[in-house]
Design a protein around this ligand. Sequence first.
Ligand code: PXL
Length: 292
Amino acid sequence: MIIQNQQKRIVAVHDLSCIGRLSLMAVVPILTNMGLQVCPLPTALLSCHTQFPDYTFLDLTEEMKRIIANWRKQQLRFHAFYTGYLGSPQQVQVVKDLLHEFRHEDDLVVVDPVLGDNGTLYKGMTTQMVEEMRELIKHANVITPNITEMFLLLGEPYRAGAIEDKDLKAYLRTLAEAGPEIVIVTSVPVEGDPHQTSVYAYNSIDRRYWKVTCPFLPAHYPGTGDSFTSVITGSLMQGDSLPVAIDRATQFILQGIRATFGYDYNNLEGIMLEKVLRNLETPIQVCTYELV
Ligand code: PXL
């Protein structure tokens, strides 16, 4: 019997921000912990993420092409692709070429359309990036915009308050019509309750909608979106159902926020992943998802 390498390989297309516990510094530990071999394809190198008042930024678009060319020579086989923060709008074409060349039919493609939060674009993000992201999501199986990114992708003005279920379901459906089978929207306000926040998900294959609601602590930590989508990706790769995956990811983020919130601390440094990473090793005990 030949014992083959059965380890699943995932390409992680994100920036490397040295300070802030986001992008690759969240994706690599989480997915490694969940049993995947992570192969980073770094999009940019930053001294710290762009919500800090000052940072250095090195665009790696050309280096990405060289890395992919080298992988081509080695005929590497990947089983999943997960993209997040891109360093330039041109990188969307680089990612599309990567998928065209390396993706097999059953591979999972997760696109987190990192563009902005709280109704505004992140520093350095442009309308050209929004337009390119609309193209990239067409190639994904799963997308995970926050509510700001959902409106940007739809080309609709941002609405800050609660949204009725029927409207939100229509938004999810419209995004799924662009291509992705599964659309997951995070940071959805809960009607009449500022202490809660919801995640909605739509699976266009079985046409079911899911919701997970959890407490909202009054603190903003950059990078929770990256950790959230990493857990979703790892969970789906492990064979969890969609509602279990969103429950696991939501609970993990809440654990991370709770582990961090009690300290007198600069929130820009993100949630203390080191303290909660091991929780991913235990299967989920209680699910709270609802069918909407
Ligand atoms: O978490 C999203 C993200 C990723 N990468 C960089 C960022 C941000 C959000 O601010 O600045 C560099």
